[in-house]
Design a protein around this ligand. Structure first.
Ligand SMILES: [Zn+2]
Length: 166
């Protein structure tokens, strides 16, 4: 995201040279730099004790394909806290253990996505209004459903399976 005006005082930003960062947008009045970094997200492959994969249908993302749990990191939260919160909010599952896989840069929305695997014991799904459908899917069926175009779910599923040797 590129800042043009200071989000605190509304003044048009100048540029200032800051260390190794080079020229950075800067508010003289607030003495505050604004970095045009990506928004932070998590991408979470949820797997249960029977090695089934949780897939979500979210029509605002795709009307035809299913994806994994994802969400924005709230200010003040660690990545691990985001994983636990998003999995609970979107699915009703309680994360028992997690594993970091790798990160993805999603250019269309300027997101840096930290990819995790979350291990859960299957519980009844909750009714999140961000989720239009939800299911447990056998590993060898996932490719029929998972989004691979304009979506990091497919590649994150592949990388997670490699890491787990499944
Ligand atoms: Zn300002």
């Amino acid at each position: 995201m590129k800042f043009i005006y200071c989000p605190i005082c509304g003044k048009e930003l100048d540029e200032k040279s800051i260390g190794d960062e080079g020229l950075v947008r800067y508010c003289i009045d607030c003495d505050k730099p604004y970095f045009d970094g990506p928004a932070s997200c998590v991408e979470v492959l949820v797997i249960n004790e029977n090695n089934q994969i949780l897939l979500l249908k979210q029509n605002y993302i795709s009307k035809t394909h299913w994806g994994v749990v994802s969400g924005y990191v709230s200010n003040g939260e660690t990545l691990e806290e985001t994983v636990i919160r998003e999995v609970l909010e979107e699915t009703g599952q309680q994360v028992e253990k997690m594993l970091y896989v790798e990160s993805y840069y999603f250019k269309p929305n300027e997101l840096i996505m930290a990819g995790f695997i979350a291990f859960v014991k299957a519980k009844p799904f909750n009714n999140s209004n961000e989720v239009d459908d939800i299911m447990w899917c056998e590993i060898d069926e996932v490719n029929k459903y998972i989004a691979r175009v304009n979506n990091m779910s497919g590649i994150h599923f592949d990388n997670s399976m490699k890491l787990l040797n499944l």
